[in-house]
Design a protein around this ligand. Sequence first.
Ligand code: ATP
Ligand code: MG
Length: 451
Amino acid sequence: MITDTIKKFVSRLFSPAIRGPQRIARDKHGIDRRNVSRHAIKVCEVLRQHGYQGYIVGGAVRDLIVGLEPKDFDVATDATPEQIRPLFRRARIIGRRFQLVHVVFGQEIIETSTFRAPATQEQETDEHGRILRDNVFGNQEQDAIRRDFTMNALYYDPHTEEVIDYHQGVADLKKRQVRMIGDPATRYREDPVRMLRAVRFAAKLNGTIDPATRQPIETMASLIDNVPASRLFDEMLKLLTCGHAMDCLRQLREDGLHHGLLPLLDVVLEQPGGERFVELALERTDSRVRAGKSISPSFLFAALLWQQVELRWKQLRAEGEHNVPALAKAADSVLDEQTEKLAIQRRFSSDMREIWFMQPRFERRMGKTIYRMIEQPRFRASCDFLQLRAAAGEFDSVLAQWWMDLANGDDATRADMIEALAHLPRDPAEASVPRKRRRRPRRPAVPRDAE
Ligand code: ATP
Ligand code: MG
């Protein structure tokens, strides 16, 4: 048993060096050239014409093999950024620590990077072993070793239509198994974000994480704390918008990884009653992503943090604060906490505030106020948010539908709807809100000579 494992390990360790990579022909990997970005093919062709290698690499090759539509196309080459740039009309070198070239074709950017060598002893790391710089150029074989999972280390050559595979990535992909290249614990230490990536790819492919790749995650999850907040935010956004967010979260939870791995998830998944709302928000996001529609990160984060805002809002009201200032305070305290950990950028957090602050205003329908609400830039998103609350049973669904119809209507329809309000019998959902203007309490008469 043990000798088998050792044999397997040794053969994996040396197989590329001894046998070279596998070259997998078109009929075996099944990538249809017509599904490959013509701009990415163009970049590879130009590189080739100038005597360099050029391959499509990473997520695009993985997605094409399993029949998913790639989000974007990356190219890897042996040319350095300075050699790449002059070959294209619109190309710029980006990044300082990790230089690569953006080759621009209208709306599409082909990220073109030079083969890199894997981590070395001299590489600069933090005290936990996280790699801080990664700019040592190498050859294709070295480049494959420093990639994270075997399925992400495949090189598609558009010229020969072959896939070059150093780590049995195609076989793993066919099994839908996420397997780390090299020693998983070491690779997580180098970059803890890889733990989140493992979960995301397994969910996206409806597959599994190879046991050895999965095993260290539980004990190493806390290393995520050392990742800069902005990087964690990007990775988490990818996880939440990969079209399988629900599966990812379920998986994280089953593995006990939601503690510590993502600070936001502790908040989101641990509160009683909050689950339904979060589930609805994520299901809605997943189905939008799968239908190819855009999603707004502010909306998503507003939804994920809403239960917490609501809870504090309630508490503050119970302590005697007025409705609106209580909501503002609750929003501020939740955002302060989360932005620190997650680097939710200011533009997102101000949109989130607007969505939240609109919610109490939906409780009453009064002509003049409605017109002011419609003019708010986040009115539409706020109405969408209200639908979620209605679906979760925390807002009257008929009233929520009225607002949605209003948001969808043209000016004339809106005017009619608002006009019709005056003739409606009082709506039970709005019963707590008096329709008539409240009279100001009369000031007690003060005797003149008392002033
Ligand atoms: P997707 O874009 O669908 O989220 P992807 O695999 O393309 O998935 P990217 O973040 O775009 O992910 O990275 C492109 C490639 O770069 C990956 O396929 C992988 O080969 C390599 N890579 C990305 N992040 C890491 C990492 N943290 N460690 C090692 N290699 C990585
Ligand atoms: Mg990608």
